[in-house]
Design a protein around this ligand. Sequence first.
Ligand code: FAD
Ligand code: NAP
Ligand code: SF4
Length: 675
Amino acid sequence: MSHPHYPHLFTPLNLGYCELPNRVLMGSMHTGLEDKSKDFPKLAKYFAERAEGGVGLIVTGGFAPNIVGWLKPFGGMMKFPWEVKKHRLVTDAVHAAGGRICLQILHAGRYGYSPLQVAPSRLKSPINPFTPKALTARGVENQIRSFVNSAVLAREAGYDGVEIMGSEGYLINEFLSPATNLRTDDFGGDAAKRMRFAVEIVRRVREAVGKDFIIIYRLSMIDLVPGANAWDEVVMQAQAIEDAGATIINTGIGWHEARIPTIATSVPRAAFTGITARLKPHVSLPLVTSNRINMPETAEAVLSNGEADMVSMARPFLADSHWIHKAKNGQRDSINTCIACNQACLDHVFEGKNATCLVNPRACRETEIIVKRASSPRRVAVVGAGPAGLSAAVTAAECGHAVTLFEGRDELGGQFNLAMKIPGKEEFLETMRYYRTRLDALNVDVRLNAHVNADDLADFDHVVVATGVAPRVISLDGADHPKVVDYQQVLRGEVEVGKRVAIVGAGGIGFDVSEFLVHEGVSPSLDAALWREEWGVDLNYTDNRGGLKKPNVEPPAREVWLLQRTDGKPGAKLGKTTGWIHRATLKQKRVHMLGGVTYQRVDDAGLHIDVGGESKVLPVDHVVICAGQVSVRSLADDLEAAGKSYSIIGGADVAAELDAKRAIEQGVLTAIAIA
Ligand code: FAD
Ligand code: NAP
Ligand code: SF4
């Protein structure tokens, strides 16, 4: 019988020698746990929890086939027979949980962060300081053999298959593109020669591993870099890969050096699935589509439109290991949705830390963070329903405590309610829906409009203070002028903001408020066609290579000046993988971004500043203060004075460098520790 809500998602897929239970692939995601042998038990538990949660087919993070293919020195590699044993931990754990798992073989090519890297031609990538060596003919043959060797070892290690990473601008993709492959031998030149490397790898891997082994090939559908593959070449590659013996083609979108966001939260859901749909008539093996699919209704729509045979999701399984079971069992609202923030996954990996998840701090730490029933349940009050308080309340209830959650305002969410008003941050709504559902399911006593003090909390055994932050009030001549407002007043719609605005403070919130003020009408993040126009993405490849066209950006709704006192360009401290997107968006909207500013005063003429040794008046209607925040901690002080048992978390604890990642993690860890 077909599933009542998601019939396509839950139709099994027959691969000939095996059947997958549903149409979801857990896509490859580097977590950092792959890089050290000692972390393999953690990796095994991480994957096993996802297999238990119903994922039918998992792909590991990338393993290099040899040293010159390393993503970074001493990164995960599948080269030597002695490496097989540790992988057995992973494959056994996944199989015991009823899942299947493929090893991804990723040769970094010129993206390898090491002087050993190799590429088809000696061309440096714009995102890597190292220049690659051009492979000799023998070198090319050695790389092919290394892929085959890794696949054979993967089979010995118990994997159900391999994924050959042929997209995102890594080595195979570099061979495919005329922009990075200038060779004149049998592996360079016309499209047929450029794809020979990829085809040989697939053909020889199939020869070596036999028939009953999954080979997924990750094909770049749209490179999003100038001069790269044309559409007819992508089709040709797909057909040749099918003929060479692949089982499934998975979709890759954009090279890492592309200046177009492909997975960030501001990218609309399923913005790129149309390109997989274009390939469907040209091949007969199953096609997997990907990028910004995070909820079952989105996946179902893509599948029911016939755009692909499967969907790939990676980060959504960091956020919720039981996504599949919840979707299948009618518990869609209790899915902890990936909000595509990148803050705890990709940003961590780029900073050399292990990945985890902003909305699920247990991700990749399943053996360390264990939520279990408390031996003596307590009466726990949580004060403040921002991200910190919500996560503490839910986790404390999961531990069996009787929890009452007090919130002074008339809605749950704290500062997250402001964050979700920013164009491109609409996904944050999902986190609030998740917490509301969980609070309900766990019978947490939620009291809204309940601004409480220490006296109100006398009956509780323990109080978690999650009272958050308030905007910093700065000393500025004319701060009481009617032009001066703070970001909360603006985002709550308490002021009608004029057409010319100065923003004091260029941290995350200054950038967000700028985006809020320059946009008008529908958010491009909610309209994929509009978003593709703004970023110059052409899924039709009209007269171009790489799928690029001239961006067509709506004019800004206001003239905005974004200011900071620190010298240099604003935005230097924004997230590693998303900061450039915020800067590019504001540049498109012609925001004036100024560093090294001294604020003089505000008066009827506007904001008077000194910058670069010059005095200026910015003739603005409003000055919006986004100068950071201070902790709201008077409740904690009162509880301390009264000798009450309490913990303090989130912004109430430390306001500096606060983000929801810390707030939610602290909520979970504090709740687990309540004894
Ligand atoms: P808060 O969110 O401040 O919540 C505290 C709550 O306590 C409030 O609801 C308040 O009403 C309540 N309260 C206070 N005193 C009492 C009392 N005595 N009784 C009852 N209730 C009380 N973070 C990210 O990680 N990524 C982002 O992309 C991001 N974007 C943002 C964009 C904007 C525009 C803003 C404003 C913030 C953004 N943040 C982002 C920051 C994030 O929202 C905060 O880090 C987070 O909300 C802090 O959580 P908290 O629970 O500590 O405090
Ligand atoms: P912030 O990042 O600390 O930035 C505060 C800004 O105000 C700085 O640009 C600072 O720059 C300026 N400032 C500080 N004191 C000032 C003063 N007395 N007078 C004038 N200017 C002053 O804080 P935020 O922007 O409020 O963000 C708060 C937290 O929310 C951040 O820690 C961030 O992690 C989180 N957040 C994250 C995101 C995200 O996308 N990840 C988005 C929004 C918010 P100068 O000192 O140079 O002037
Ligand atoms: Fe998704 Fe953010 Fe979690 Fe990464 S950290 S998995 S992007 S919610």
